[in-house]
Write a protein that binds this ligand. Structure first.
Ligand code: UT7
Length: 326
């Protein structure tokens, strides 16, 4: 078998801002209840960044922890890809701010904007550098301050989102070209711009000059999510050459417990293989997958060598899935 270069996850980190907002806290500002939110979404609480805590600060903390886990230092990093839809500034890219704050040397740094699919897109993009030997030590981060985009009078959206960041270190390692190799084994990315109206922010630099608020037709997104994600999962599994049943852990984007379970059921993944953080974190957009991975590693469920399936769907609409062996 020919040797191939693989993008291997050598460290994982996560960070959540200190302030916790419970469902009862939200029931004091909009017409909702803990009972409704738990029953329809599985969410019990979410973290909220402080006003003076930009998304780059969350990203830097997650990245520090990932580097430490990988036994690497900021000086080693030559590529930073940040998946975010809530950047510190319109420009520069949050990735370059992270680079400066961490003290990484001159290298490659840019953001990927695919909303909740941001981490899946960022990981697949970074693979294009790492698995071609163009990066020896990459940081892939999903970081969001989604609470900044909320319309706090819209109960249909403001109860769903939270803030946080997760990061992985990716390094090239030679594999045998088989599914036993460590590293990113396959992925499938999708976008359908005709579905913009289902989930978008009603502000932007070149339209009204505002930051805007998140707008969503939740039940429509829900419907598309379960069907479309399933197709992308099978496509990523085929790309990797694995059977979905071989997966040790399913680490979905954490939007809604009912979506997680619906997708798992549709693709034939047992409930006990699903990592769910939606109750504690809510929907942290691009941060949710690396945060769930971090949590699964921290509590000892996920172990090196295991086969992981990641998937997400978000504004665009964008969606996708990745298969990797840790
Ligand atoms: O990560 C990006 C992708 N986003 C998602 O994946 C989100 C996907 N969508 C969802 O998770 C769900 O659709 C929601 C949780 C957003 C909504 O759940 P649903 O079961 O689809 O409810 P619905 O939108 O059909 O609304 C049902 C009812 C409505 O009342 P009426 O019109 O039946 O009287 C809503 O006004 O629930 C009402 N409602 C609420 N009630 C209490 C909506 N939000 C709330 C709320 N508290 N927070």
């Amino acid at each position: 078998m020919t040797k191939v270069l693989r993008s291997v996850v050598t460290g994982v980190g996560g960070f959540l801002p200190k302030t916790v907002v419970t469902n009862d806290d939200l029931a004091r500002i909009v017409d909702t209840s803990d009972e409704w939110i738990v029953e329809r979404t599985g969410i019990r609480q979410r973290h909220k960044a402080a006003e003076d805590e930009p998304v780059s600060d969350l990203a830097v903390e997650a990245a520090r922890r990932a580097l430490e886990a990988a036994g690497r230092r900021p000086e080693d990093v030559d590529l930073i890809v940040v998946g975010t839809t809530t950047p510190d500034l319109t420009f520069p890219a949050t990735a370059t701010i992270v680079q400066r704050k961490l003290g990484c040397p001159v290298g490659i740094a840019f953001d990927v904007q695919a909303v909740c699919s941001g981490f899946v897109y960022a990981l697949s993009t970074a693979d294009g550098f790492v698995a071609r030997g163009r990066s020896k030590c990459a940081l892939v981060v999903g970081a969001e301050t989604m609470t900044r985009l909320m319309d706090w009078t819209d109960r249909g959206t403001c109860v769903l989102f939270g803030d946080g960041a997760g990061a992985v270190v990716l390094e090239p390692q030679e594999g045998e070209g088989t599914t036993a190799d460590r590293g990113l084994l396959g992925f499938a990315l999708r976008a359908d711009g005709t579905k913009q109206d289902l989930l978008y922010v009603d502000g932007g630099v070149s339209t009204n000059g505002q930051v805007g608020h998140l707008r969503m037709q939740g039940n429509q997104v829900f419907r598309h999510a379960v069907v479309n994600i399933s197709e992308a999962i099978f496509a990523a599994a085929a790309d990797a050459g694995i059977d979905v049943h071989d997966v040790d852990w399913f680490i979905p984007h954490q939007a809604n417990q009912r979506i997680l379970e619906g997708v798992a059921k549709r693709v034939g993944i047992a409930e006990e293989k699903v990592i769910s953080t939606v109750a504690q974190h809510a929907n942290t957009s691009a941060a949710s997958i690396p945060l769930a991975l971090y949590q699964g590693l921290q509590d000892g469920r996920i172990k090196p060598g295991q086969l992981l399936l990641l998937e997400a769907m978000g504004g665009g609409l964008t969606w996708g899935a990745c298969v990797l062996r840790l």
